[in-house]
Design a protein around this ligand. Structure first.
Ligand SMILES: Cc1cc2nc3c(=O)[nH]c(=O)nc-3n(C[C@H](O)[C@H](O)[C@H](O)COP(=O)(O)O)c2cc1C
Length: 175
């Protein structure tokens, strides 16, 4: 049994990346794993203030939900990061959350990581998101296992008609 943490950064519940997360979760639970799915928009996550207090204390000066998310990341075997593409890159919610990794950036390695990336463009137009996420999570010391691309999808739910649904389910099932 593996502990799996899914971090969803889209504001759209039942939107395209969320549906892919749900498929991943379904596959993983059927395979006997324990999955927690967090919607970052439901959490209180302030912007990093670059005060660097965390370099001395290991903790952020802001008392919001980020410390709990970092603890959950550290306690997970597998981390799934889901983002819609916004102006060629990851969305602001996810970037803000990643900036808040700072207090624990040396202790966030050793996980298997999956990315779920959606956008109305085809895969080539979304590739920057995959490249930057791969680079960030590898630098932190993780093993990037796969990217599930929800390409060519704009309106909520459009991803349901694509092969990405099965890809997400299989990725979860074989995690
Ligand atoms: C502010 C904003 C910017 C966007 N920029 C892009 C983009 O650069 N490339 C792209 O393919 N899709 C872009 N989109 C479309 C979304 O990525 C697309 O609707 C995606 O399916 C949303 O995923 P979600 O349903 O999980 O939120 C943008 C959407 C918004 C709201």
């Amino acid at each position: 049994m593996k502990k799996i943490l899914i971090l969803s950064s889209s504001p759209r519940k039942n939107g395209n990346s969320d549906l892919l997360c749900q498929q991943f979760k379904k596959g993983a639970e059927e395979a006997g794993h324990k999955v927690e799915h967090i919607y970052l928009y439901d959490k209180k996550i302030g912007f990093c203030r670059a005060c660097y207090a965390c370099f001395k204390t290991g903790k952020c000066v802001m008392q919001d939900d980020m410390a709990d998310i970092l603890e959950k990341m550290q306690a997970s075997d597998v981390i799934v990061i889901a983002t819609p593409t916004y102006f060629m890159t990851m969305n602001g919610m996810l970037k803000n959350t990643i900036d808040r990794f700072l207090p624990k950036w040396k202790e966030l390695g050793g996980h298997d990581v999956y990315f779920i990336i959606t956008g109305h463009d085809e895969k080539e137009g979304l590739s920057l998101v995959g490249d930057e996420l791969k680079k960030i999570f590898r630098e932190l010391g993780n093993d990037v296992k796969a990217i599930i691309w929800g390409e060519g999808v704009w309106q909520k739910g459009e991803v349901e008609k694509t092969i990405a649904m099965n890809e997400a389910y299989i990725a979860g099932k074989t995690v």
